[in-house]
Design a protein. Structure first.
Length: 131
């Protein structure tokens, strides 16, 4: 499963069975939407990014953060202090989101909020980070 690639041993969820695809799809869709909102909250437009591959890791960590917020999937070593796990997870999520925003190429090269016609034309047919 691709989540294991990004989360490794941090992916422990007795509440979610990986064989229950619809639950996983719902959780991933929710995390993706929340990443999109976080990108917007930072002043970026998701549709201006040239690709979405760099945002797979932030989506995985956002999913982990949502579980931590609900008190789910807390690793055994953090069971005594789940709030510390929540803070650790929140910090990791913000770090990977910041990294994705800094490394992903953007069609708005000067961050002016406008995209020239040639640049806009280059966007046609490219996957966007939108719902």
């Amino acid at each position: 499963h691709e989540l294991r690639q990004y989360l490794g041993d941090m992916l422990v969820s007795p509440e979610l069975d990986p064989r229950e695809g619809s639950q996983w799809l719902y959780e991933i869709a929710t995390a993706t939407e929340r990443v999109r909102r976080d990108v917007l909250a930072r002043g970026y437009r998701p549709s201006r990014f040239r690709g979405h591959d760099a945002f797979r890791e932030p989506v995985a960590f956002r999913l982990l953060l949502e579980w931590a917020e609900r008190g789910e999937s807390v690793p055994a070593v953090w069971q005594q202090d789940p709030r510390a796990w929540l803070e650790e997870t929140r910090e990791k999520y913000h770090a990977v989101l910041t990294s994705a925003l800094q490394t992903t190429r953007n069609y708005d090269a000067d961050e002016s909020g406008s995209v020239s016609k040639p640049v806009a034309a280059a966007k046609l047919g490219f996957a966007r980070l939108v719902r």
